[in-house]
Write a protein of this length. Sequence first.
Length: 548
Amino acid sequence: MTEPVLAIDRLSLALPALADRPFAIQDLSLSLDRGETLCVVGESGSGKSLTALATMGLLPKAVKPAGGAIRLAGRDLLSLSERQMRDVRGREIGMIFQEPMTSLNPVMRVRDQIAETFEAHGALDRRRRMDRTIELITEVGLPDPAAIARAYPHELSGGQRQRVMIAMALALEPKLIIADEPTTALDVTTQAQILKLIDALRKKHGTAVLFITHDFGVVAEIADRVAVLQHGIRVEEGTAAEVLRNPQHDYTKRLLAAVPSIVPPPPKDLAGEPKAFAVENLTKTYKGRGFFRKGREVKAADGVSFSIQRGETLGLVGESGSGKSTVGRCVMRLIEPDDGSIRIGDLSIRELSQAQFRPMRRRIQMVFQDPFASLNPRRTVGRIIAEGPIAQGVPKRVALEQARKLLDLVGLQANAADRYPHEFSGGQRQRVGIARALALEPEVLVADEPVSALDVSVQAQILALMQDLQKRLGLAILFVTHDLRVAAQMCDRIAVMQRGKIVELQPTAELFRSPQHAYTRALLAAVPGGQDVGSRIDAAVAIGSPAA
């Protein structure tokens, strides 16, 4: 038998003394052959990213190897010095990070960042580096390679930045590529493109790929084999077909059960419910300032109109740049629209000044995509939740007591009010964000990608929580998302946005069964299992329950 490209043998990684468990990884063994893709799956805290960082020699100082070996083509990486590992990184192992914007240098042009990989390893002369850089940009499917090479990271879209990261990882044709959640924040069509690109490059170069993800849809698309981690322990391993079709461990079964189905549940009966929120002909134009947009105007919202009944969820779906988040911010008056009407119940809020609108903010609140960035790290959770009511004139003592009740409502202990945001997991912080949004008892909730960065099981909990709160409180929800599986389970109707316009608006089941617009059909086709969704919905209706 040929020697595996990567062999992890009984690896253990010790955590600091006050951590929640002794080991981040315990007795982990994995192997990966040339040209093979191994997906490592698990929730946050399972140890999957630390496995990748240990392989790259980039472990945090507080995490120490406590046993075992990591062999790359037979050589134990744990025995190498930092200087030796610097030579391994890039030349023998390339890494694609989850968030390219934080991994790319914002003050360096794309061409210089890719060329730096060659320079760091003394590969190629200066002219050949630039030629090879253009070749790599072309190979990863970026348009106008010469223009992309001159651009800075902020001038590119998320998908384009991720392609630049892939080009950097491939620059020296390493034996192993590690991809750490490279598609988590991307819309479905861009995700499909990136997955196809990684798979095509794997086949072309014979590279081994260690793919870290919490998304079983990605596993179904790209994996040859799957390893499932729970609390640092490998609980199951097998071919993708074996694990997806016949999981053996209860934890794997729970993860698979938490994946949202693309088949929507039965519709609600909203007959007689009043209109809670309405937007008519909303328009927002950005003046072009970036490298590719100089002198151009971009209509992020172009005559957008919709309404939401009390107790209804309207999904706003589209790719990055479609304008859906701009619409969400416009209706919140976080940015000012150029034109159009916004009504909460019978009140028109578009004409109000910010000072006049401030008392009205209690009627419309927002749940942000990144709860860690939107929660003040210097304040306790209780004070964060109480800030809105206090600003609206509620006595501080009363507001803090209400905050404790809200924490209980969203499934957290009341004593969590005395802790700070960094002391919570991502899913718990999102619950805090929901509690803060509910503190003023709003009529309308705007949720901007509230579960996009969460594990599937936590995602399922947050969606169930929002549905339960809507049922109890009669909330009208504008749900902004790029994930059609989440939209299928959460939304009563879906509005599809493309280039600032709503190109289709239908009840969820009708849109998934019979999409009318070519763009909607393209979005559905990019979702694993999306192409046959119409027949699956018909089958579900025939037996009276949603299909899995």
